[in-house]
Design a protein around this ligand. Structure first.
Ligand code: FE2
Ligand code: FE2
Length: 383
């Protein structure tokens, strides 16, 4: 078990001053996760520093305002004593061993920190701090490759090879989250989201001959490719400077243009249609798309993007709030979500059926059960 020295700065009011103490905290093996921390708990564990600021209180005294996180959530934290000195010990995106007491403040848990020390990156298990797909990244990537290899259009084939040959781009594509928060906000999320859309597209294209299957599959593949550069995902997810200033839609079009130039000889029409898919995939101007979908392929990619993002987000909300049939109010959707399953006579819910049919006005429900979004051998991955 790795032990990390934790320099504790504690308020020694009885002595009328500050005194430094040393103590040891487990760096990782006894990781206490944010989701398990309750009001009144004394906490001693390692977190990732998501944000750090040193404002000044109303009394003129500086303090440190922290957002600490791990893969299960975030926790507000405050360092009230020796803020200036402690501030120098660590930075945003560092790992820190922290000791303190969690208290409810205005309905939110807040940690009053009275001990903190930076922890070396090599001593932590990164999977404890960043959410990672539950699915097998390599298996997902092979499935994406298989779908791309089935593309017959020669221009699209050339383009796809230029993308797949770019090792740095592929590395980012396999690792990036699909969003900073909301949907597929975990390492491998972009790949999982893209694969999910490709799977859906392959089925739906069989149903609507109006839609060009090759263009749609490649369109799904590239629709969010700009996320590989829009987001920072080596530590707590955030936007890159270019991500904030340019954004993944324009970045995606730029990447596509570069790959088309690299591939050489790609028809302008094919490149333009793919660019249109990227530019319109948020479907409405107010959702950030400079163009609304004007081709069946762009319409389908935009709808699948929205469908897959929402399904994944709802699953994450349901998992975060087990228990009651209703979720808390979801501001993002301006509604409560229902996660119970109503009694369906003859349905698959054996336990509910054994209990007999519901009485009048009695909506019996089973709490939401965790279920994979991706089926087959790469199943899993809602977080
Ligand atoms: Fe997008
Ligand atoms: Fe997307």
């Amino acid at each position: 078990m790795d032990l990390v020295d934790l320099r504790v700065v504690r308020s020694e009011e009885a002595n009328g001053g500050q005194k430094e103490q040393r103590m040891a905290a487990n760096s990782n093996n006894d990781k206490v996760f944010v989701e398990d921390i309750k009001d009144g708990d004394r906490v001693k564990t390692v977190f990732l520093v998501k944000s750090k600021a040193v404002p000044v209180s109303k009394t003129g005294k500086p303090y440190i305002n922290l957002t600490l996180c791990d893969r299960t959530g975030e926790l507000d934290a405050k360092v009230w004593e020796k803020a200036r000195e402690i501030d120098k010990l660590f930075s945003k995106n560092d790992f820190v061993a922290v000791e303190g007491v969690a208290n409810l403040y205005q309905g939110r848990l807040q940690l009053r920190v009275d001990g903190v020390a930076r922890v070396d990156d090599a001593k932590v298990n990164i999977a404890d701090f960043l959410r990672v797909t539950h699915a097998d990244v390599e298996a997902m990537w092979q499935e994406v490759l298989k779908a791309l290899k089935s593309v017959r259009n020669p221009d699209l084939k050339k383009l796809v090879s230029a993308f797949v040959r770019d090792e740095a781009l592929v590395k980012g594509f396999k690792r990036a989250p699909a969003a900073k928060e909301i949907h597929h906000a975990f390492i491998g999320g972009l790949l999982e989201h893209t694969l999910s859309m490709i799977r859906l597209a392959e089925r739906i294209c069989q149903y609507y001959p109006l839609v060009d299957r090759d263009l749609t599959v490649v369109g799904c593949f590239v629709h969010d490719i700009g996320k590989t550069r829009e987001l920072f995902y080596e530590r707590a997810f955030d936007y890159t400077d270019a991500g904030r200033l340019v954004g993944h839609i324009v970045m995606g079009v730029e990447i596509l243009g570069a790959k088309a130039a690299e591939a050489g000889g790609v028809s302008e029409a094919v490149e333009m249609h793919l660019k249109h898919i990227i530019l319109s995939h948020h479907t409405e101007l107010e959702f950030g798309s400079p163009k609304r979908p004007k081709t069946p392929e762009a319409l389908l990619v935009g709808l699948l993007d929205d469908l897959d993002a929402k399904m994944n987000h709802w699953k994450a909300i349901f998992e975060r709030e087990p228990g009651d049939a209703w979720t808390t109010f979801q501001k993002h959707y301006d509604r409560y979500l229902f996660k119970g399953r109503p009694y369906v006579p003859g349905g698959p819910d054996e336990e509910t059926e054994r209990a007999g049919p519901p009485g009048k006005g009695d909506l019996r429900y089973k709490p939401f059960a965790q279920m994979p979004l991706l089926g087959g051998k790469t199943e899993g991955g809602g977080r």
